[in-house]
Design a protein around this ligand. Structure first.
Ligand code: B12
Length: 278
């Protein structure tokens, strides 16, 4: 039975501005045995420092310590890359550093992918996903695709900078119930809207549940462009996707009832979190 460590707690990540020793002082992952807490902080700092030659070694040691792939992705990998984002925004890091950190994330995900996919036990539906045209970010989209596969979906990942016509082509070829658009840039988020408009013009909108996500994306944006669901992370995306192919499967894409049902899932999740925190 893999060790379960709570990664849902929202931590203050200020210590990541300093050094590894400061991080060891925080109560992040205090429920893990001491050697694993240290390993988690080493992995987190490995990503911040972009030392990709060592990443898989840390991952393997954690797996030997019975830590699940999901815990690593939503724990130290998430906090590490979040700090990289902060440093980039504050001009403390430039593109070369971010690229090194992204390489760590890719190597870790490549190592963890087979373990996540091995969780797949049933076939629940088909998803087409991609990062919209002009945008090269794909770490988060890869995580969403992996978690969807583990939950039983067949996922066709179209990669990055996907033009609307390529999405349309893939929908005609694979006949998915769900299409996901990822966008990480404020300059490319509009391509989610443009792609959705192309789907409508091609008569595909009603047959599809359209999911949107990525750092600048919000529920307000999802509402504005008329997408069906926004998910702030891969776990919410999976919950909503499963609902779409089971109890909500008869609702058409773009239907107000579908949109409301997606919001209800968020409310239930918030309520469950609040209850757990009491
Ligand atoms: C890594 C990174 C890069 C890497 C990308 C490597 C790769 N292969 O992905 C590289 C170095 C290439 C890069 C380049 C650039 N980047 Co960059 N990058 C980042 C960084 C630091 C991390 C992104 C990331 O991987 N996060 C971790 C993942 C796990 O999180 P996530 O992507 O948000 O995904 C989760 C959710 O959003 C959601 N989700 C994601 N997609 C989807 C899709 C669906 C359907 C659903 C339901 C959910 C969902 O689930 C995911 C998992 O939980 C961010 C900072 C940040 N705060 O996001 C900047 C950031 C996105 N980049 C930024 C910028 C400016 C750029 C460049 C323009 C820089 C430049 N001057 O060239 C270029 C753009 C190149 C291009 N055309 O795309 C800015 C964008 C600012 C803005 N206002 O638009 C950011 C926010 C940094 C900053 N704070 O300034 N970048």
């Amino acid at each position: 039975m893999p060790l379960k460590i709570d990664t849902e707690i929202e931590f203050d990540l200020e210590d990541l501005q300093y050094d590894f020793e400061d991080s060891m002082e925080t109560d992040r992952w205090h429920d893990a045995p001491a050697e694993l807490k240290e390993l988690f902080h080493r992995l987190e700092w490995n990503i911040i420092d972009g030392e990709h030659a060592d990443t898989v070694g840390f991952i393997d040691t954690a797996l030997e310590g019975d830590i699940s792939a999901r815990t690593l992705i939503s724990g130290p990998m998430a906090t590490g890359i979040a700090e990289v984002g902060r440093r980039f925004k504050m001009d403390e890091y430039f593109l070369p550093e971010v690229m090194m950190s992204a390489k760590c994330m890719h190597e870790a995900l490549a190592r963890l992918k087979p373990l996540i996919l091995a969780e797949k036990s049933e076939e629940v539906g088909t998803v087409v996903i991609g990062t919209v045209q002009g945008d090269l970010h794909d770490i988060g989209k890869k995580i969403v695709a992996m978690m969807m596969e583990a939950a039983g979906f067949t996922v066709h990942d179209l990669g990055v900078t996907v033009p609307p016509e390529k999405f349309v082509e893939a929908v005609r070829e694979h006949n998915p119930q769900i299409v996901g658009f990822s966008a990480l840039l404020t300059t490319t988020m509009n391509m989610q809207w443009e792609t959705l408009k192309v789907f409508a013009a091609e008569g595909l909108r009603e047959d599809l549940k359209v999911f949107v996500g990525g750092a600048p994306i919000s529920q307000a944006w999802c509402d504005k462009i008329g997408a069906d669901a926004y998910a702030m992370d891969a776990l919410v995306a999976v919950d909503k996707a499963k609902a779409c192919v089971t109890r909500l499967k008869n609702l058409t894409g773009g239907a107000p009832e579908l949109h409301e049902a997606m919001l209800e899932i968020d409310r239930e999740r918030e309520a469950a979190k609040a209850a757990a925190a009491e």
